[in-house]
Design a protein around this ligand. Sequence first.
Ligand SMILES: Nc1ncnc2c1ncn2[C@@H]1O[C@H](COP(=O)(O)OP(=O)(O)O)[C@@H](O)[C@H]1O
Ligand SMILES: [Mg+2]
Length: 417
Amino acid sequence: MSKIDIQNIKLRFGIIGNYEGLNRAIDVALQVSPTDLSVLITGESGVGKETFPKIIHSFSRRKHNQYIAVNCGAIPEGTIDSELFGHEKGAFTGAISDRNGYFAEADGGTIFLDEVGELPLATQARLLRVLESGEYIKVGSSKVQKTDVRIVAATNVNLTDAIAKGKFREDLYYRLNTVPIFVPPLRERGGDILLLFRKFASDFAEKYHMPSIQLTADARHVLVSYPWPGNVRQLKNITEQISIIEPNREISLDILNNYLPKVPNSSGMPMIYGDKMDSQQFHNEREILYQVLFDMRRDVTELKKLVNHLMKEKEDDTSLHKPNNAVGYYHEPERSIVPSPVNQLPTINLTPKKTVNEYIQDTDEYVEEESLSLDEVEKEMIKKALERHHGRRKLAAKDLNISERTLYRKIKEYDLE
Ligand SMILES: Nc1ncnc2c1ncn2[C@@H]1O[C@H](COP(=O)(O)OP(=O)(O)O)[C@@H](O)[C@H]1O
Ligand SMILES: [Mg+2]
């Protein structure tokens, strides 16, 4: 594959970077796309695995048929077989009609099984059968169905370990791994880190209507040497946080260090990328924390909407139910790794192990409680501070330990004029 082809692919799919390992991965994806071989994409979380199955699909003879992405880790164990393979009316309580699964829907197309290591063993057996013979059986049925689907899978866990622990079938692993594609971690990509930073900074500048942030020379140096445990996703999130929070658009090393969580080194001791923890850092951490909390709340609200929507759909379900949520079905929250100076912030785990109803109830309570307490407390704090300083924002902001800009935004948000 020539250099030009790879550059075109990058443009088309918004892939930034020139690191050889990345180019190699794209090259393999292109080579393998016209075939029907199964592909297994491996790489740490956040390295950019999700573009590869899209590339493979769009350069295959299947491109005019469905591409369905399934996050195996986000579908409850009790429903995953039915999601993938469909079910017959009466197969289980609530199965009020026949339903086609993704394997029927994607006939002639491609299915991307993300986080394939999360598949329950029973589902792994069904999947193996499809891979070997193109055959499957709907849940609750005895009739064998045929499908012609190309499988691309991805994982950030070591499947060899999972096999050793009896959690993943070895035969399935070999079937899936016909062609391996490895997406390298960000810390290996050197100069690409700066390219990505610049791209994200300019994207967020446009999104938030602000000048783009820029790094001083020593900050650039640290950006490249930082180990990036959350890879490109983490770099993107941090660039967004800085873009939103920092009034000064030139980002010094000190400021940047406030945003880079300390990563434990091999001895288990946190590596310190900043030199000192000063009041400015506390100030920023507080702001980031606010941001993260608000983002989490938004994620939860979106999740609630999605679950409600799915429930509604199940209820409305008449005869032939299509898995119309297919491609956009799951939406991995961009912040599934929450980079934060407070090292162990909770990550959002989208794997509901309860029934859907319990889950909705919980999210309902959670969303309401959270919004009430957070908003009320914050509003009250701001009101008090403004009163104390007779409406003088500069002093109130200082007192609250947030920037004037944030205070201004909050005043508007809470209608405190
Ligand atoms: N090379 C890249 N250029 C531009 N954006 C990238 C690149 N790699 C990853 N990203 C972005 O980083 C985020 C994480 O990528 P994703 O494919 O979800 O990672 P993974 O599936 O490996 O965890 C996404 O927002 C993606 O658009
Ligand atoms: Mg992913």
